[in-house]
Design a protein around this ligand. Structure first.
Ligand SMILES: *[C@@H]1O[C@H](CO)[C@@H](O)[C@H](O)[C@H]1NC(C)=O
Ligand SMILES: *[C@@H]1O[C@H](CO)[C@@H](O)[C@H](O)[C@H]1NC(C)=O
Ligand SMILES: *[C@@H]1O[C@H](CO)[C@@H](O)[C@H](O)[C@H]1NC(C)=O
Ligand SMILES: *[C@@H]1O[C@H](CO)[C@@H](O)[C@H](O)[C@H]1NC(C)=O
Ligand SMILES: *[C@@H]1O[C@H](CO)[C@@H](O)[C@H](O)[C@H]1NC(C)=O
Ligand SMILES: *[C@@H]1O[C@H](CO)[C@@H](O)[C@H](O)[C@H]1NC(C)=O
Ligand SMILES: *[C@@H]1O[C@H](CO)[C@@H](O)[C@H](O)[C@H]1NC(C)=O
Ligand SMILES: *[C@@H]1O[C@H](CO)[C@@H](O)[C@H](O)[C@H]1NC(C)=O
Length: 810
């Protein structure tokens, strides 16, 4: 059985790596008139449309009318099987090396107890053809045992650098095997320390490596592991930013468990000089342009979020509630514009409140209450949809005590329930007369903690515009037991039941090809594929001898055409790779694309599609076009500004939007209180009519509410960053935002390190971490193979990465 292969991918810092950013704008010369052939909310009045719905009614059969001619024999000629001579229980790690190189490294490693000792064994395999064939290259690492914690580290750029850390019993130490040629050859180097977890590549220069030792010393190599220099001791957690700077928490009393007593330090010159940028730190996160730290208030166990947009030189205290030691903060998202933070409610409620920030990360507004987030498992359904800007989904616990998926299309300004799926059973069944039964509920991380039968989390890709694949149910017991696969082709506005029952799924060719394999305990021999964004599915029997399925793996970035199905049969691991390239007899041409207006809900309205101050139209592949987008496909889009409306504003500090309302209303507890906060050392008074523009919003003219920050010319300081000055100069009942200046060197452009959490595979979370990991994995080309069955999983790894797993500022 293929087991887990989760990698602790600290090298991931590069959220700017290819494939993970926003769709690029391209040449827009020959845009066609907008043709809305993508059924969004439109009733299926045209006969063509209702036919489409019929044949896509979620049947797992070959439901497509027009079968693809010759598909079967074509795919058969392009199916490759490779059998490993490995026992089925050894866990397996996969790493893609470089983009488009086709190089895949597979590491198996297991330990068997022998005479009270652990005897470890590793095997390394290498493929140059996207997994069609593998060579055993274990000799390249001289049969050294590679620890599961270290796995394979592949550089986040596409330079083909790979690192393996092995344990050499003869020397009683550790040896680094590094390759600069896509794993063709490895150079061994003995290491002067024992690493705690995987090395971190500098995202700006993959020759520079960072590693923490088990004695909490921080080591740096500037020559790709040739020589190492110890740059600091007592280090708890360390991160690269995107500008060659290293941020870390240090502890001088010997224990990293002593959270709240840590120092946040940074170095911009690879450890020649250091600055302390904050003290009394509980934890920190780098994300977008922000450095975010939770810092003890100096009064008991309370702590508070502080944010810096200049690399820790100036900190402002985020104006969100303080929390005590039983609660936690979680940075759900931090991009160049703003921050989403979840603040756990007091008590063990299992939910909390999402706050969204302004562009300084200082003034926060309440965005969503009752967001479900388990305290113990640290799991939430909060999901950023990568295929359309401004879209996020999560699950709330309603007042009635039911779970409900809600979605926002404008970066958290307003949330709404999902529309019922178009072709779902329940919306035609009027007999039930219970409308809420038909609400679509999307399952993400939280559902996996409930041990629901969900093999993959919601999946979207920046280059597959508008497309989302997700498991969901419609509120009845039957569909909750066996969730179905739903597809949205418009970024979450409308949903279609695509496949009945749980499936593993994958997006290929920038959305031109979708793949699915049924999730079942029985052996499988069928793969389903769709060339029309999930409306109709073809099946292909990829083998006559079914396999116990483990995972579906394709090159990150969704540009590939090869997919590998990992599993086992006859007690041997087997990988079956299918090349779908020849399924498409031609490349896509101009006529295969139509213009599509994103966020369009009312085609007759003049402000249709206006979200965050602009309209955006994309060229998208027609659903009925069967052609190859190609590896070099770039998303083509066009933008227009919109006049401002109330929808371009978050409710300001002290205001909120009642449900179903666009107006912002003053929070009761704030009425009559002065809205004051501390910025740059002096008290500012905020005069607001309740609205503040959403960060990144580009609207022009139109609705321009009054908003003024007046400097009251009263000094203010934070009592938080300086432990010994406990004076508070601002008026006691004013809501106060405090900031403090600590002089350090300038920096900016830090990155989304909070994603690292998702890469961490600590013991019990292994199973459901896998899919999340895959989602965010593009940056470092690391891929995992997992099985639904936990029995073969590595356990006992939790201790080494515990700290990193708490990366969400808990
Ligand atoms: C598949 O391969 C066989 C023999 O190798 C060949 O005769 C047949 O034409 C091929 N089919 C396709 C669709 O390429
Ligand atoms: C491989 O390991 C053996 C002993 O385990 C050692 O004698 C030999 O020198 C090593 N070879 C290389 C290339 O490291
Ligand atoms: C270290 O611990 C001592 C007492 O054990 C305490 O007084 C001191 O403040 C601590 N220092 C830091 C930096 O936490
Ligand atoms: C494909 O496999 C299924 C069983 O999984 C079988 O029922 C079906 O007949 C096969 N189809 C073809 C064309 O071989
Ligand atoms: C699929 O794999 C083959 C090698 O087996 C490679 O030549 C081809 O480029 C791959 N296709 C894509 C789209 O990556
Ligand atoms: C909000 O609107 C929805 C649908 O229009 C309705 O079911 C719900 O009761 C409304 N909520 C409030 C508080 O008015
Ligand atoms: C803070 O003050 C400095 C100089 O006193 C000024 O350059 C800077 O722009 C101010 N920052 C803000 C956010 O007002
Ligand atoms: C990177 O840091 C240097 C100084 O350390 C600074 O001058 C530069 O502007 C920074 N670049 C970015 C993109 O933040």
């Amino acid at each position: 059985m293929i087991s887990v292969s989760c990698m602790f991918a600290l090298g991931l810092l590069s959220s700017a790596a290819p494939g993970s950013g926003l769709p690029e704008a391209g040449s827009l010369s020959e845009l066609r008139r907008l043709q809305r052939d993508f059924g969004r909310d439109v009733e299926p009045h045209s006969s063509e449309k209702s036919e489409r719905f019929e044949r896509s009614a979620g049947l797992n059969e070959q439901t497509c009318r027009a079968a693809l001619p010759g598909a079967e024999s074509n795919l058969r000629n392009n199916t490759h099987t490779f059998t490993f001579t490995l026992s089925t229980v050894s866990p397996l790690w996969l790493a893609w090396v470089g983009e488009g190189s086709g190089v895949l490294l597979v590491l198996t490693t297991f330990q068997v107890p022998l005479f009270m000792m652990l005897f470890g064994q590793s095997n390394l395999y290498r493929s140059e053809d996207y997994g069609k064939t593998f060579k055993d290259v274990t000799h390249l690492i001289n049969h050294t045992f590679i620890h599961t914690e270290f796995g394979i580290a592949s550089s986040p750029d596409d330079s083909g650098k790979v690192i393996l850390v092995g344990e050499v019993s003869e020397i009683g130490g550790f040896r680094l095997f590094s390759s600069q040629d896509f794993g063709l050859t490895f150079v061994p180097n003995d290491m002067p320390f024992e690493p705690l977890y995987q090395m971190q590549f500098n995202p700006r220069d993959s020759n520079i490596l960072l590693s923490l030792s088990i004695t909490l010393d921080l080591w740096l190599s500037e020559d790709f592991g040739g020589t190492w220099r110890k740059i600091h001791d007592s280090v708890c957690m360390v991160r690269w930013d995107l500008n060659n700077s290293i941020y870390f928490t240090a502890n001088y009393n010997g224990s990293c468990n002593d959270k709240g007593m840590l120092e946040l330090r940074k170095t911009t010159d690879y450890g020649q000089t250091f600055q302390t940028i904050a003290t009394r730190v509980y934890s920190f996160v780098l994300g977008g342009k922000f450095v975010i730290a939770s810092i003890m208030s100096g009064k008991g166990t309370e702590r508070m979020i502080h944010v810096s947009v200049d690399g820790g030189e100036v900190w402002n205290m985020a104006q969100i509630p303080m929390i005590n030691h039983e609660q936690f903060y979680s940075v759900l998202e931090a991009n160049q514009d703003m921050i989403f933070i979840h603040v756990d409610d007091p008590g063990d409620s299992g939910f909390g409140t999402i706050y969204v920030s302004d562009d300084r990360g200082t003034v926060f507004s309440k965005s969503l209450e009752r967001n479900v987030y388990t305290t113990t498992g640290s799991d939430t359904d909060f999901t950023a949809i990568k295929s359309l800007r401004g879209v996020y989904m999560t699950t709330i616990l309603t007042e009635e005590g039911t779970m409900e998926t809600v979605i926002t299309f404008d970066q958290g300004a307003r949330w709404q329930a999902l529309r019922p799926p178009k072709n779902s059973h329940c919306d035609t069944d009027t007999s039930t007369n219970r409308p809420h039964k038909c609400r679509l509920h999307i399952h993400a991380s939280y559902s996996t903690t409930l041990k629901m039968n969900i093999p993959d989390l919601p999946h979207s890709q920046p280059n597959a515009v508008g497309l989302i694949l997700a498991h969901g149910s419609v509120g009845d017991a039957e569909s909750a037991l066996s969730p179905n696969v739903y597809v949205s082709d418009d970024g979450g506005y409308s949903w279609l039941l695509a496949l009945k029952g749980p499936h593993h799924y994958e997006i290929l060719d920038s959305g031109g090809l979708l793949l699915a394999v049924e999730h079942t305990n029985s052996p499988v021999n069928q793969i389903k594929f769709s060339t029309d964004e999930g409306q109709c599915w073809h099946t292909y029997n990829f083998t006559s001898d079914p396999i116990y399925f483990g995972a579906m793996v394709s090159e990150p970035g969704s540009r590939a055409m090869n997919v590998s199905l990992w599993g086992y049969r006859n007690r041997k691991k087997v990988v079956i790779t299918i090349d779908f390239r020849n399924l498409f007899s031609r490349d896509c041409t101009e006529g295969d694309y139509v213009e599509w207006l994103a966020h369009s809900v009312d085609p007759s309205g003049s402000d249709d599609g206006c979200v965050l101050g602009y309209k955006e139209s994309f060229l998208r592949l027609r659903k009925d076009s069967v052609c190859w987008n190609g590896r070099d496909y770039a998303v083509t889009k066009k933008l227009w500004p919109c006049p401002c409306t109330v929808d371009d504003y978050h409710c300001d500090f002290g205001y909120y939007r009642p449900e179903n309302s666009s107006e912002c209303v003053e929070q009761e507890e704030m009425v009559g209180r002065p809205l004051e906060f501390c910025l740059n050392g002096t008290t500012e008074q905020l005069q607001t009519s309740g609205y503040r523009k959403i960060p990144g919003d580009q609207c022009e003219g139109g609705f321009q509410p009054d908003r003024k920050e007046t400097d009251l010319r009263r000094m203010c300081t934070s009592n938080l960053l300086h432990p010994y000055s406990l004076t508070e100069t601002s008026s006691p009942n004013a809501a106060v935002i405090v900031m403090v200046v600590i002089v350090v060197l300038m920096m900016s452009a830090v990155t989304g390190v909070w994603l690292v959490k998702k890469h961490v595979c600590g013991g019990r979370f292994l199973v459901h971490r896998y899919s999340v990991m895959r989602e965010h994995v593009e940056a470092d080309k690391i891929e995992g193979v997992d099985d639904v069955d936990t029995q073969y999983m590595e356990t006992g790894k939790a201790q080494y990465n515990e700290d990193s797993d708490q990366d969400l500022l808990e």
